[in-house]
Design a protein around this ligand. Sequence first.
Ligand SMILES: [Zn+2]
Length: 310
Amino acid sequence: MPLSAHLNTFAGNPLDRVSERRREPEWLADQLETEGTTVLAFWNGSALVQEGDGGPHLARIAPGLAVELAGGDERLLFMGLDEQGCAVFALDLEGGADPAEGLLRGRGRFANLRDLAPVLPASDCGMAASAKAVFEWRRRHRFCSACGQPTQVAEGGWKRLCPACKVEHFPRTDPVVIMLPVRDGRCLLGRQTSWAPGRFSALAGFMEPGESIEEACAREIKEESGLRTMAVRYHSSQPWPFPSNLMIGLIADVAPGEAQADQTELEAVRWLERAEVVKLLANEGDITLPPPRAIARQLSAFWGAAEPSG
Ligand SMILES: [Zn+2]
């Protein structure tokens, strides 16, 4: 059952994660031999998809084949139970040779999640985002960050243990604040040098240890535009599995003042009237917003459609 909150792309994984069962290795092993269990396949971060009548969807492979390809627990992730109570796993494949041209021939093609996001069903995007983020973490945490020894997979792929120093490692999620500064019926967008010509977006930055969401929002706005934040309103959040971010979408009321790009992170900032934002959302105007899969566009759409009060 989806929450009533605004659902961004990559949110909305429909599986029941039944996290308490991750600690039962025998139950997990049984699931891999139970009828109805299916496995999603990933290769170097790309998802195996098949073409259907309504467009591509995540391909499912049989658990027996997945176990054979995985060669042990290391590359398997227990994702949860679907609406029918059937287990869903994910398989992490690596290497230079495309498995869709080898052992998975005829079962689909591997595609990048950024490219898939606009065309994949929302529930598939959510599942793929979860699996990709955990697998990226797995690849980057094969060795214990405390003592340097190789780590071992545990709890269906959701934990890694160091057999030498006994430290437990968990998948990381790195929070990013992304916000639209607003004042007197206008909102501020910024532009990074590396972006495509004409692209403007919301301001954003990584949260730092010891910061609240509001403090990180105020700091980033100050750093990037010189403006002072007076109040912060939460809009929605978005898992962003490139590799493992959580985007926290905010609207920030800022104090009067001149906005100036810091010339480090941003090369330009621009105030826009509500009517201009509405035009940009209709792909009219001299600059462009990020695509619909990006929370920055959703923030702009929310503010653009709001009553003209702030
Ligand atoms: Zn260790």
